[in-house]
Design a protein around this ligand. Structure first.
Ligand code: NIG
Ligand code: FE
Length: 412
């Protein structure tokens, strides 16, 4: 089936040849074609160019995109979309003066979500999670990474990963699964941390690997959660089971997690709200993608990732939502792009690169997602009539999306 989109006001993120990521000064450049056409064949991008060179083809479906912009769908490389219930009470507690840390220390936070998850059936978790997945698809996300990490028991973690697998089977969106058993220490292992790490390494990992339930391994490397040493042990074990690391580091403290991630060739290091110059230096000349999660900074009122310093150092940067019940109950990549511009002083070009091609890299999908390139997935956002792509971050609260294409099909 051939779909032809004509008269596109501006086609964004056009890359003739497939690139894996953009770094430093290159991030300021967003290649576009004005007055463009785009041809989709089945689920793939077949061709694109200027309307002046529109080939004579017979299309089953033609869409006139006059006044509208087309861009590749968002690539959200860091989410915790699968969870049970919510934590709105903790949200109000924080308004009333408690900190995220204080709430976690009294058994709230991740442990609160773990309790709810273990009390909820797999079917019910699936039902709750699919609502969130459908919501983000309509907000223009065409590829997403989803983590476990609210089970913290063998059964709970496997249950979460099976839900992620089922979502991947049932929806036309690329989904990568990450095992985050090392998200927090469960209460009954509080005095026996090694016991829980053994549980992760000897019980969870073998089952996950055998059933091919995860692509990546994650650890929350942070004061009060997993130390650098513990993080390294878990990454090492994950690698032995074929899982590449993608880790949570530097959210509240800089304790050496970035250097550990690099040592174990992590695909990405995520959060990075607290960065010292050595952390930035360590990332140079590595294959590890720094990932910022500005909606988390917004929701928790914590510092934003220093994007300008990271980009000035010549590094790449990706943007993701961190959609989860505690620190970021939002999966809106449009808001992420806007917040990156407004609060992190990224330019619209940098933010769009970070939320498309660099996001795809951070989940191992840049060969198929993240740009308008022949042969890549026909995953697109078609905007409403807008003056320019600056509107995407500028009109930060508005939904500018007219339709979303996933695998060449318009999402209803
Ligand atoms: O990425 N930082 C660790 N994990 C999640 C939040 C966990 C939670 O509060 O449920 C995050 O922010
Ligand atoms: Fe996270």
């Amino acid at each position: 089936m051939i779909t032809l989109i004509t008269n596109i006001k501006e086609l964004l993120q056009v890359r003739e040849t497939s690139i894996s990521k953009v770094s430093g000064a290159e991030m300021a450049i967003l290649p576009t074609i004005k007055n463009a056409f785009l041809i989709l064949k089945d689920n793939l991008i077949e061709d694109f160019g200027s309307m002046d060179n529109l080939p004579a083809i017979k299309a089953e479906k033609t869409i006139d995109a006059t006044g509208r912009i087309v861009l590749p769908s968002w690539c959200d490389s860091h989410t915790h979309i699968v969870y049970a219930g919510n934590r709105e009470q903790e949200f109000v507690d924080r308004i009333n003066g408690f900190t995220y840390e204080e709430i976690a220390n009294r058994g709230g936070g991740i442990l609160n979500s773990a309790k709810k998850l273990n009390e909820t059936s797999e079917e019910e978790i699936y039902e709750q999670s699919k609502v969130r997945l459908e919501e983000v698809m309509h907000l223009g996300t065409g590829a997403v990474e989803i983590k476990s990490g609210y089970g913290l028991t063998v059964d709970g973690e496997l249950k979460m990963l099976r839900v992620i697998k089922k979502l991947a089977e049932n929806y036309p969106i690329a989904i990568k699964a990450t095992f985050l058993g090392a998200h927090a220490f469960p209460i009954h292992f509080k005095e026996n941390k090694q016991g829980y790490i053994d549980e992760i390494i000897t019980k969870m990992l073998p089952e996950i690997a055998q059933n091919k339930l995860a692509d990546y391994i994650d650890v929350f490397c942070e004061t009060g959660y997993f130390s650098v040493e513990e993080t390294e042990k878990i990454m090492e074990a994950g690698i032995q089971f074929g899982l590449k690391p993608k880790i949570h580091v530097n959210q509240f403290n800089s304790i050496g997690g970035i250097q550990s991630g690099i040592k174990f060739k992590a695909l990405s290091v995520d959060h990075l709200e607290i960065m010292n110059p050595e952390d930035i230096e360590a990332l140079k000349d590595t294959e590890t993608m720094p990932v910022a999660l500005p909606s988390c900074s917004y929701f928790l009122s914590i510092p934003y990732t220093p994007a300008r310093e990271i980009i000035k150092a010549g590094l790449p940067l990706a943007l993701a939502t961190d959609f989860n019940p505690g620190s970021t109950p939002s999966g809106n990549m449009n808001f992420v792009v806007a917040t990156a511009c407004i609060k992190m002083k990224m330019t619209p070009e940098e933010a769009i690169n970070a939320a498309t091609i660099n996001g795809a890299y951070a989940m191992g999908l840049s060969e198929t997602h993240g740009s308008i390139t022949k042969g890549k997935k026909a995953n697109l956002i078609l905007t409403k009539p807008i003056s320019s792509y600056y509107q995407i971050p500028y009109a930060f609260g508005s939904n500018l999306i007219e339709s979303v294409f996933l695998e060449g099909q318009v999402l209803n």
